[in-house]
Ligand binder design. Structure first.
Ligand code: ZN
Ligand code: ZN
Length: 177
């Protein structure tokens, strides 16, 4: 069972990219048997389900979670060493969820919205509101449920190479002033 060899070094940290995450999903069945499960955490319903693993050969810790586009499938990603107790209090943020959020935001903001003269009613925002709303595109995006996704991601345990700055919106819409 305990082997001096393992495959951990073959796997890089996942980039924030759904295609890379989906490629990792494909490897789950191959990767999983080499790891020892330390704990699991189920948040509310099945939709948030996390497991913590350790490779006994090299000591690397891993977390698994459901695939961003198919909740019947899983993927594994490297995480820093942690106690099960601390991990259960706050699990590591899954790179697939970051990628999915950013992709959905990009898709939403790429839509052609007509703006009006009124300024967005969100405090501190100086963007024009879009027709049919009291908010700018970005705040409309948060309004329709993605604000909860954003808060949920920000409340998780972040670790290198990922940082919450990944979720910041680069304001490139100021040019119509
Ligand atoms: Zn290993
Ligand atoms: Zn706004």
């Amino acid at each position: 069972m305990l082997s001096a060899e393992c495959d951990c070094a073959e796997y890089d940290d996942l980039p924030i990219d759904l295609k890379a995450v989906e490629a990792r999903v494909e490897l789950y069945r191959e990767m999983r048997p080499k790891l020892r499960k330390l704990g699991q955490k189920l948040v509310g319903q099945w939709s948030e389900h996390y497991r913590l693993y350790k490779c006994d050969a090299c000591g690397q810790y891993w977390q698994s979670t459901l695939a961003p586009r198919d909740s019947d499938l899983w993927y594994l990603f490297k995480v820093p060493k942690i106690t099960v107790k601390a991990w259960k209090q706050s699990v590591y943020v899954p790179p697939g969820e970051i990628a999915k959020f950013l992709e959905e935001r990009t898709a939403f903001l790429a839509k052609e919205f007509e703006t009006k003269d009124t300024i967005c009613n969100e405090r501190g925002c100086s963007e024009h509101a879009i027709v049919g709303s009291t908010k700018c595109m970005y705040h409309q995006f948060l309004q329709i449920g993605f604000g909860e996704t954003l808060s949920s991601l920000l409340s998780m345990r972040w670790f290198p190479p990922y940082s919450p700055e990944l979720l910041q919106l680069n304001h490139t819409m100021e040019s119509d002033a």
